[in-house]
Design a protein. Structure first.
Length: 125
């Protein structure tokens, strides 16, 4: 066993029609949540959600494409130069632009050990 993992996106398992790439599980990460979201141009089906129950905050890092987030009714434009951190309670929704988008989402609950979300495991739908 090595102390590092290297994989291309194409080697990682995805669900939700390829829109949710299981980076954490594919890379063997257990200390924090880490997934990639890939959305086609102008897709409106990304769910509005919060993490009030789990206390998980999230960091969104745009990797490609264009889009915006709506956070508690406020529009936040996304580009590869902008990082967005959202605490657990605010409702948020991601909207891709005309090029679609690809973003990395990193999450964890402050002061608590990371708990793996079962749907983010390999072979889970």
């Amino acid at each position: 066993m090595t102390d590092y993992t290297v994989k291309k996106i194409s080697e990682m398992e995805a669900s939700a029609g390829g829109g949710f790439v299981k980076v954490r599980a594919s890379m063997g990460v257990t200390a924090f949540g880490c997934q990639m979201i890939q959305l086609p141009p102008d897709y409106d089906g990304y769910p509005e959600h919060d993490h009030a129950e789990s206390g998980q905050e999230e960091l969104y890092v745009m990797l490609g494409g264009s889009g915006w987030m709506e956070i508690e009714g406020e529009r936040v434009d996304l580009d590869p130069e902008t990082f967005v951190r959202v605490a657990a309670e605010p409702r948020r929704k991601v909207f891709p632009g005309p090029e679609g988008l690809r973003m990395l989402v990193i999450g964890g609950s402050p002061g608590a050990p990371y708990e793996i979300w079962s749907r983010s495991e390999l072979s889970a739908s």
